[in-house]
Write a protein that binds this ligand. Sequence first.
Ligand code: HEC
Length: 161
Amino acid sequence: MNRIALLAVMAIVSFTSCSKERTPGEIDHQKMGEHGMTSDWKFTLPKGDTVEGKKVFAEIECYKCHEVKGEKFPAVAETEKGIGPELSQMAGMHPPEFFAESIINPNAVIDPKGKELGYVGDDGKSKMPDYSSILTVKQVADLASYIDSLKGQKSHKQAGH
Ligand code: HEC
């Protein structure tokens, strides 16, 4: 399974590095079309399972850095708490592929305010660990689906806010 995950990561990495190396004018769309690739092609993640994704989120302890308001994950001791954005309103903010990229290639997009928010270390890299050699593609898709399902708190107490 991990090998499949690695292959997918390599595919994503090689795709992104290709697009960086080439100037737009050099892309031969006709040639790509010959291989069944249209000019509007984009990487799509397999459909994930939201319930499974929540389980993975708990098992891998993503909640140690990411609070998800309204969800019941184990309490985290102050000394074990890491820093990361709260995720309860992520639904619709980004496509699932963006969430997946955050998990398997955390340095691809770094929040411009990352430094002041404490998300970025002194080395300029995201404090989000790279899970590409730990998770299977299915687990990444499930996590992305779970995060994409988070529409914020629905409890009555918070409704007045
Ligand atoms: C050690 C702390 C830490 C752990 C553990 C961690 N993250 Fe993160 N995560 C971060 C930080 C810091 C950022 C913000 C980084 C940035 O923007 O470059 C982040 C960003 C993200 C984002 C992007 C959020 C956005 O606003 O676009 C997602 C999605 C995410 N993490 C999911 C996860 C998942 C799923 C796990 C568990 C598999 C996990 N994280 C584990 C620290 C962590």
